[in-house]
Design a protein around this ligand. Structure first.
Ligand SMILES: Cc1cc2nc3c(=O)[nH]c(=O)nc-3n(C[C@H](O)[C@H](O)[C@H](O)COP(=O)(O)O)c2cc1C
Length: 362
């Protein structure tokens, strides 16, 4: 049998108890700001995700577990009945086309951009430290251009309530028919893991164990809903997005991964590394994982395929390629050219540059 450089991406994989993926090509979470202003998903979003149902698995865009955890006015939420009913239409659109979809659940913490609304929603975070660089401007989909403000530090007793919000979103996701949830550990959870956004002196700050405690409380609350098979987590160890700094990265994430492994196998663990191809940290942390690994780091398809073939990864994450190529798996399989993303329409709302990318001509 002839093998192409991407053949390994087309070997089926069983995830969790019963979810069978026909390929390893995962559409990773991408914020596209096409929800209603109250966070309710739209019919346009159902069309967009339905168009991409050939993916082995779709991970939705970041979806907030609470009003205060939102970032953009037209980013989606999953905390009301209306949200869940509207998400069900998205899930149905994907399932009707034979696909699988998990909901990415998130709380943005201090990266909340909604504090200047008529009814302000001030941010919360581990410590009262604004995203550094007070002149940093936010321009996406909010009524005016604003800098980030200083967040309120969560009280010790409030932190478990955030975990309860993640669990509530998971219950709504199950109601909506999602195949699982992915906890995004890139915002509020990342702020707790960090050493520059987290200056706490209670049980959530200081040592690697304390900084990882909030992540584990969220994980425990979420896995209690439908078990670990239903749950994935996205980790971004050492990533400096939104001015996060992490010291003792290997100790902190090593502890987190050991604690996750002690609890059993999750649906998968998703690693984002901007330097995935050369990262020694990825290779060292990867040894501590039990269960499937999704790698995400802007590699070429053949390089992801080589990692899957070598057993370094089970799933390959594609972001921008899925924006412009709704039929990405068949394009990769047929070595067809890939279309480019129009960056001007990423976040503007409407169908242009969202549902208008065609499939390759047959
Ligand atoms: C437009 C856009 C929006 C994104 N939004 C999210 C998001 O909501 N959640 C998330 O975990 N990552 C988000 N990311 C990061 C991607 O999931 C992925 O990790 C990254 O884009 C690398 O993949 P790529 O090079 O294949 O695009 C976003 C990336 C892009 C390009």
């Amino acid at each position: 049998m002839s093998r192409t450089p991407v053949s390994s991406l087309f070997e089926p994989l069983k995830l969790g108890g019963s979810l069978v993926l026909p390929n390893r090509i995962v559409m990773v979470g991408m914020t596209r700001t096409r929800a209603a202003a109250d966070g309710t998903p739209t019919a346009l979003m159902a069309e967009y995700y339905g168009q991409r149902a050939d993916a082995g698995l779709i991970i939705t865009e970041s979806t907030s577990v609470s009003a205060v955890g939102r970032s953009f006015l037209t980013g989606p939420g999953m905390y009301t009945t209306e949200h869940a009913l509207a998400w069900k239409k998205v899930v149905d659109a994907v399932h009707e086309r034979g696909g699988r979809i998990v909901l990415q659940i998130n709380h943005v913490g201090r990266v909340n951009n909604l504090q200047y609304l008529p009814h302000p929603i001030p941010p919360v975070a581990p410590s009262p430290i604004a995203v550094p660089g007070t002149s940093r401007q936010i321009v996406i989909n909010i009524p005016r251009v604003t800098p980030y403000v200083e967040p309120r530090a969560l009280e010790t007793e409030e932190v478990p309530l955030i975990a309860a919000e993640f669990a509530h979103a998971t219950r709504l996701a199950a109601f909506a028919g999602f195949d699982g949830v992915e906890i995004h550990a890139g915002y509020l959870i990342h702020q707790f893991l960090s050493t520059n956004a987290n200056k706490r002196t209670d049980r959530y700050g200081g040592s690697p164990e304390n900084r990882a405690r909030m992540a584990l409380e969220v994980l425990d609350a979420v896995t209690a809903v439908k078990g670990p098979d239903y749950v994935a987590i996205k980790l971004t160890p050492g990533w400096t997005n939104n001015e996060i700094e992490e010291e003792q990265v290997e100790d902190t994430y090593g502890h987190l991964l050991d604690e996750i492994a002690a609890r059993g196998r999750l649906m998968f663990i998703h690693f984002y590394f901007p330097d995935l191809a050369t990262s020694g940290l990825f290779r060292s942390l990867r040894q501590r994982v039990r269960g499937p690994v999704l790698v995400d780091g802007s590699l070429a398809p053949a390089d992801y395929a080589a990692m899957v073939a070598a057993g370094e990864a089970d799933l390959a994450g594609f972001g921008r390629a899925f924006i412009a190529n709704p039929d990405l798996p068949s394009r990769l399989q047929g070595s067809l050219p890939l279309a480019d993303v129009d960056y001007g329409t990423l976040y503007v709302g409407g169908s242009e540059g969202y549902t208008t990318y065609p499939r390759a001509a047959a």
